[in-house]
Design a protein around this ligand. Sequence first.
Ligand code: CMP
Length: 148
Amino acid sequence: MQERTLVLVKPDGVKRRLVGEVLRRFEAKGLKLVGLKMLSLSKEEAEKHYSVHKERPFFRDLVNYITSSPIIAMILEGNNALSVVRNICGSTDGSKAAPGTIRGDFSISIEKNIIHASDSQESYNHEFPIFFKNSELLSFEYGDEVLF
Ligand code: CMP
């Protein structure tokens, strides 16, 4: 099923110059990049993005961290994109994530875990408008779709 998902490269990923590596992995898988931007998230936007975690003890640290430095936001599209992207990211805690995943290869922390990806259609619907307007998503064909 064709789906879209939101991916963020968090401050640690940007500062460690891993944006290209992250994008490379998603492109190589065959996902389609339909939206991309660099931004600094406000506290209000971060609180909304992470509102599902607002009662958790790490909520304030999470908001402070994601707003500490610029991030990358992207929308990826493809067959089962939500679960495909989550699998490429690896489990949340970098110290436990499997080698071969982004977190497994580049993170040893649960907070500085390089990347965020929507965990469900419901999460995507909540997260998308924080980062993008519909008009910022682009419609195009690579021309090699038959190969994927
Ligand atoms: P992310 O995919 O951005 O979604 C919520 C984030 O909360 C998660 O990645 C982790 O970085 C962070 N997180 C989850 N659990 C903990 C925890 N126990 N302590 C600190 N941060 C956490």
